[in-house]
Ligand binder design. Structure first.
Ligand code: DON
Length: 570
């Protein structure tokens, strides 16, 4: 178990009190976590049960892709706030022979959706309609994505990859403290309005407690159907019927036609270079890879390592790069199957250098509009490396914590509230304070823009780092900052993951920093440059694997309760 609160509230401020010592180097720093290392493969995820499921597959001779499918299904059971069957995600695969593919199983807007569906007669956004309840859901993609991964990239039988998830759902798993707490919060806030959530009652008392076993018999039955009949069952069989019935009961938009016409897609990852390393990451419909590469391209022209982590100069420049890249996200990014997205231009080195010219080295740039941020979010990332040289970086989500809160009765899983990731109205922020325009407006069958950024860093033609994070809009800055911590600041991986984070997303025009991350002195320096600053709860939850020689080491972010484990001989 990892002491997130102790770390952020006690350890971090103490360490940062010694800022002058830290400013030039990374030997000191937040008590870095240690890695779990092995030459037999490594799995890192937000749930120890899911990690264990993946390791078992690796030990049975499976590849990283086999393990990734098993981890995906296990997360749907053991990490219910974000793991899912009723949501979507992305999986980036780099095979040992250098082949690179990106599986897009992002949800799609239902065929009955329309551009202004969340606006009232006055053209104002109806509060809550895109975030809670039946109309908030896109057509789920996870089962199609995992089954496409299986068909295209796996060697172990489908049934064997679902077996650990079925076992966890049928026989239950012991709640950890954090999941028990989040279930209690969920039931208190939404239990009355969404009676299907009662499936999360665990144990005999009113409140879920650490150690209570959560069994999910309906979910187990659904997983069994999928295991016996294949992923198509979800879109055409009994499960599809249960989804459609549930939608009809509550006034949702998803029909059988939506489910039958859903398909996951194999795309090419976006790719770029940073300080001699190759980076591959998520293409549209995610903004993740594009914004990440844009930030890194801009920063490549500055001597960040000379400035040092959390130095006034480095923070200023990183914030300005983030401001520009998130501005472009708002302007240009959307589902490239529907709109033209200028990815090649945005991730080019020449664009990065033009953007550098627009940055004032001494004072904050401007973001024109005001904005706000509502938070109640959860996504989850996992990384896998096997002993054969394959690597998988996957991020999956329901969007908000426990998605739309609608449980499909008889099927035992939650639906997503991913429709909120569309731009409801130009300039009106979504749950993450993100704005967008035409490129990300709603259209039937279109995929909503994402920030998820499953990423792989390659050195000399071999996988060097596999990483990603949840955190809505902060996903991209979390991934960028861990890469920078390692490649620019030379931090040990455990320090790089633990290191305090900050975030700017163009709008609102604020630097968010993890509470306690900025010293008073740094805050004053940045304010003098014209920055506005706000503390907020922890940013991101990185799951990192780093490989050196034949050994891979996994690191799970101390901000949450994930787990890294090794396969084979460790
Ligand atoms: O796709 C996206 O960008 C969001 N739906 C991700 C949500 C998320 O990361 C919430 N996590 N804390």
């Amino acid at each position: 178990m990892k002491p997130r609160l102790i770390f952020i509230s006690i350890v971090l401020p103490l360490i940062l009190a010694f800022e002058p010592v830290l400013s030039s180097a990374s030997e000191a720093g937040p008590a870095g976590i240690s890695g779990v290392c092995s030459s037999g493969g490594v799995v890192v995820s937000a749930s120890s049960e899911a990690t264990e499921a993946g390791v078992r597959i690796l030990n049975d001779g499976g590849t990283a892709m086999d393990a990734a499918v098993a981890v995906g299904f296990a997360l749907a059971v053991a990490y219910p706030r974000a793991g899912n069957l009723g949501g979507g995600g992305f999986m980036l695969i780099r095979e040992a022979d250098g082949e690179e593919n990106f599986i897009d199983f992002r949800e799609k807007a239902p065929l009955a959706s329309s551009r202004d569906m969340y606006l009232d007669q006055n053209g104002d956004v109806i509060e809550g309609l895109s975030t809670r309840g039946y109309k908030a859901s896109g057509v789920p993609g996870t089962v199609a994505g995992l089954s496409l991964a299986h068909r295209g990239f796996c060697r172990i039988r489908w049934e064997s990859l679902l077996a650990p998830a079925i076992n966890l759902a049928e026989n239950g798993f012991a709640l950890n403290k954090e999941t028990a707490k989040s279930i209690n919060r969920l039931l208190t806030e939404y239990g009355e309005d969404f009676p299907g959530l009662r499936k999360f009652h665990a144990g005999s008392g009113d409140k879920a407690k650490e150690g209570n076993r959560l069994c999910q018999p309906e979910l187990a039955a659904t997983l069994r159907r999928l295991s016996e009949k294949g992923g198509r069952e979800f879109y055409r069989g009994e499960t599809a019927r249960l989804i459609v019935d549930e939608m009809k009961r509550g006034g949702g938009l998803i029909t059988l036609e939506d489910l039958k016409s859903y398909s996951a897609e194999i795309r090419k990852p976006v790719e770029g270079a940073y300080r001699g390393y190759r980076i591959i990451s998520a293409p549209p419909p995610s903004s993740g890879g594009t914004v990440l590469l844009e930030i890194l391209n801009i920063l490549e022209g500055y001597p960040l390592s000379g400035y040092g982590p959390l130095s006034e100069e480095a923070v200023h420049l990183m914030v300005e790069a983030e401001r520009i890249a998130y501005r472009d996200r708002a302007r240009y990014l959307g589902d490239a199957d529907y709109v033209e997205v200028p990815v090649t231009e945005l991730i080019s080195k020449s664009y990065g250098s033009r953007m550098r010219e627009a940055i004032n080295p001494d004072s904050a740039g401007s973001s024109e509009m005001k904005n706000h941020w509502k938070e109640n979010s959860e996504t989850t990332h996992y990384s896998v490396i096997d002993r054969f040289g394959n690597a998988v970086s996957a991020t999956i989500t329901l969007n908000g914590s426990y998605g739309s809160k609608v449980v499909v009765r008889g099927a035992g899983f939650l639906m997503n509230n991913e429709m909120d990731d569309f731009s409801m109205k130009p300039g009106v922020p979504n749950m993450y304070g993100l704005v967008g325009g035409r490129a990300n407006e709603i259209a039937p069958g279109k995929r909503m823009l994402s920030s998820m950024a499953p990423t792989i860093v390659i050195r000399d033609g071999r996988v060097f780092m596999v990483l990603g994070s949840p955190g809505g809009s902060t996903i991209i800055t979390s991934v960028a900052q861990v890469i920078i911590n390692i490649l620019d600041f030379g931090m040990e991986p455990g320090d790089a993951v633990s290191w305090p984070r900050f975030h700017h997303q163009y709008l609102p025009d604020l630097i968010y920093h993890e509470d306690g991350a900025f010293t008073d002195r740094l805050e004053k320096q940045l304010k003098n440059r014209g920055h506005k600053i706000k503390a907020r709860p922890p940013i991101g939850d990185i799951q990192l694997i780093i490989r050196q020689g034949g050994t891979a080491c996994g690191y799970t972010d101390p901000r949450l309760y994930g787990s890294a484990a090794a396969g084979g001989s460790s």
